[in-house]
Design a protein around this ligand. Structure first.
Ligand code: NAI
Length: 688
């Protein structure tokens, strides 16, 4: 680690002999801890040791935050467990050196301070942070299939006690400066004007360091750890299957064994992270992270900065889209046929804002940005107009005819249609190329994906504006061809229909759902169908069935005929109490056929391949990203295309042939499978 030229850090020593170490990674808008950055930091620390300042303040020059974490891309380049272990030990060595400096050290945090960034801050004597909403602290490593490895787990548990520390690491959630101060993770949450003065004062006056409370200390006691570890394991098991997501379990284990011995814990965390990093789950979850970055990176338009959105249709979707846009800082006008139809949307918006923002003032500020506008006064000023009225082509067309002359010439016109081909709608427009689909998913506040629907006449400008807009409101854009069901609904439908077919064959619904969740889906298909509404499933199934030659099981129509519509009617495949399914136990001794989950998954994968062949989405990485963020497809498998590649196309084809023979022609392999036999030549992110 000797003699690395230091370019990403510089030190300014002030008149009190306090050294201010600025981190400003060159050629990057974000500070990340790559191997070379860590070496430079080590070098800088050696120089500071020689310089012997009175104290050290570490701060970032980046506008967006302190440090975003380790450089995730480097994780995919490690050849084996030993190489991973070496890299982690080097990182730990740097932070150990920082922790051992013979003068006071302060991390001064503005904006995000995540993963390795927080581990660095934990190696300092004090942490102070800007008390603004944008300041976010957390250890989200578990989302990448690992846990903190640069000393984070060894340092945070004694600092704030195991209960809160493990909660942060096991959930990967982030906290504000205010919450971080309350739990003792930082010493002070302060306004900008006091931040630097506070860092100086801490050093000059040798303020005493944060001490954990007795309860926090006791939580790491060897008599308590086994009990608490059981509690943590039970909590984690509710969310993550150990076979699919081993990281949280490994973290609990090492803490249980070494939770009161910092040195042993450091060694154990390094070994555990090295092992996890070389496993499939971590590599696939890193791939998911990279896919997400790739989708964000599709937004290229720099000079489109929408500030005002006008939404027409304040129903389920339009109302929630409007609320989301307001929450994300845009001014929103919301139109419907009458003020009475807008009121429920405003009520739902208020509930969302309260849940997200907690305090009254910010809630009021967002409410002030969301204006009911039944007369459509906002159309003239809007940069983006989103139509979310009934799924009726004539109604949509006549609305566009009225909207177009009112709109700014460069404003984007978008529809949330889920099934009408764009061309059928845009033909009414003077400039048909300006219409694009912005297909949101329900519930809008939860579903990260937005399909950007375009056809051959959609202008590049409109597509680019739509992508930029999706990114602006914190959503992941997926460009798709205007074709029945686009990507997500099209791929989901055969999977849902197969599940309903299984019910018709007498397989208990709960076991079908369990088979899917065991595969890694976030919710079983039967519960999903009930949640979406069986009438909607039937409607979409019939539309897609016509185009794709899908057979809709008679059972679905019968249920709709008897008004069993799913959750909204109180009964579907399950009964519902207060909106929650009451799931009957499976009959005792019922033997589930091994094929159940594969029958559903293979139908889904066959449709994925058909979409690839038809270039509904042309890039296999984006198909994976779209289906992970649009359907929750088992993230630990890295996406359906990646899963096909991992299992092997030959294996998949044989499985389909076998199923076709046993269950019928709906399993006939799509012709697209042939073209993905040469998958390896396809450019792909990460390890894919
Ligand atoms: P909805 O029935 O809840 O709301 C439609 C709203 O549009 C109603 O409040 C109605 O009064 C209003 N409206 C109708 N004509 C209007 C006009 N000319 N001017 C102003 N307002 C008018 O419908 P929902 O479920 O919100 O669907 C809206 C659109 O979003 C449809 O195109 C649907 O296909 C699509 N979509 C629906 C999803 C869902 O899960 N419900 C998911 C994704 C897309």
């Amino acid at each position: 680690m000797e003699n690395t030229p230091i370019k990403d850090f510089y030190t300014v020593t002030d008149e009190d002999n306090i050294a201010w170490l600025h981190f400003d990674k060159q050629g990057s808008t974000t500070n990340v801890l790559s191997a070379s950055v860590l070496e430079e930091l080590y070098q800088a620390l050696l120089e500071l040791e020689k310089q012997k300042p009175r104290g050290l303040v570490i701060l970032s020059d980046k506008k967006n935050g302190f440090i975003a974490g380790a450089d995730v891309n480097e994780f995919t380049q490690l050849k084996n467990q030993n190489e991973a272990l070496d890299a982690i030990r080097r990182g730990q060595g740097v932070f150990d050196r920082l922790a051992a400096l013979p003068f006071s050290t302060v991390a001064l945090i503005r904006g995000f301070c995540l993963g390795g960034g927080l581990e660095l801050a934990l190696a300092c004597d004090y942490r102070i942070a800007l008390n603004e909403n944008d300041t976010r602290l957390g250890l989200p490593e578990v989302r990448l299939g690992i846990h903190p490895g640069f000393g984070g787990s060894a340092r945070i548990t004694p600092l704030i006690g195991a209960t809160q520390a493990m909660d942060l690491m096991l959930s990967g959630r982030t906290v504000t400066a205010f919450s971080a101060q309350r739990m003792g993770l930082i010493d002070y949450a302060l306004p900008e004007r006091q931040l630097e003065a506070a860092a100086r004062k801490i050093i000059l006056e040798k303020v005493s360091k944060h001490k954990p409370t007795r309860a926090q200390r006791m939580s790491n006691h060897k008599a308590i750890r086994p009990v608490l570890a059981k509690v943590f394991q039970t909590q984690v098991a509710k969310k993550a299957n150990k076979a699919h997501y081993p990281a949280p379990y490994s973290l609990i284990d090492i803490w249980k064994k070494h939770g009161d011995d910092e040195r042993a814990m450091l060694q154990a965390e390094a070994e555990s992270v090295a092992r996890l990093l070389s496993g499939n789950t971590a590599q696939n979850l890193i791939r998911v992270f990279q896919l997400q970055e790739k989708m964000k990176g599709l937004a290229k338009l720099k000079n489109f900065r929408p500030t005002h959105v006008h939404v027409v249709g304040a129903g389920l979707m339009g109302g929630d889209i409007a609320a989301w846009c307001a929450l994300k800082g845009l001014n929103v006008t919301l139109q419907d046929q009458s003020p009475e139809r807008i009121a429920p949307a405003l009520k739902r918006a208020h509930t969302l804002f309260k849940r997200r923002l907690k305090r009254d003032r910010p809630v009021q500020e967002v409410m002030d940005r969301l204006l009911p506008d039944h007369a459509g006064l906002g159309i003239k000023k809007a940069d983006v107009v989103i139509e979310a009225i009934f799924e009726n082509a004539d109604a949509k067309r006549s609305l566009y005819a009225a909207l177009e002359p009112e709109m700014k010439t460069d404003a984007l016109l978008a529809t949330n249609t889920s099934s009408i081909p764009l061309q059928e709608l845009s033909s009414i427009l003077k400039d048909p190329g300006r219409l694009v689909g912005l297909h949101f998913f329900n519930p809008v506040a939860k579903m990260q994906l937005v399909e950007i629907v375009q056809d051959t006449i959609t202008s590049e400008q409109a597509s680019q504006q739509a992508i930029a807009f999706a990114k602006r409101i914190g959503r992941l854009p997926l460009p798709v061809k205007s074709s029945p069901g686009f990507l997500v609904n099209r791929v989901l439908m055969p999977y849902l229909l197969e599940a309903i077919e299984l019910v018709s064959e007498g397989v208990p619904a709960i076991l079908i759902d369990e088979a899917a969740t065991d595969f890694g889906m976030p919710m079983g298909p039967i519960e999903l169908a009930d949640t979406v509404g069986l009438d909607i499933c039937l409607h979409v199934g019939n539309i897609l069935g016509e185009h794709l030659g899908l057979e809709v099981p008679a059972k679905l129509g019968m249920m709709v005929d008897t008004k069993k519509l799913g959750r909204k009617s109180g009964e579907g495949f399950y009964q519902y109490k207060k909106g929650k399914p009451v799931k009957p136990k499976a009959p005792r001794g019922y033997q589930l056929n091994d094929d159940v989950s594969q029958r559903m998954i293979m139908r889904m994968l066959n449709e994925v391949v058909a979409c690839y062949r038809e270039q509904v989405v042309s890039d296999p990485d984006l198909i994976d990203g779209g289906l992970i963020f649009g359907t929750g497809f088992s993230p630990f498998l890295g996406g359906p295309m990646h899963y096909i590649e991992t299992e092997g196309v030959d294996v998949m084809l044989r499985r389909l042939q076998d199923f076709e023979r046993r269950y019928g022609p709906r399993f006939a392999a799509d012709t697209g499978w042939k073209s993905i036999l040469d998958f390896d030549q396809t450019a792909s992110v990460g390890n894919g």
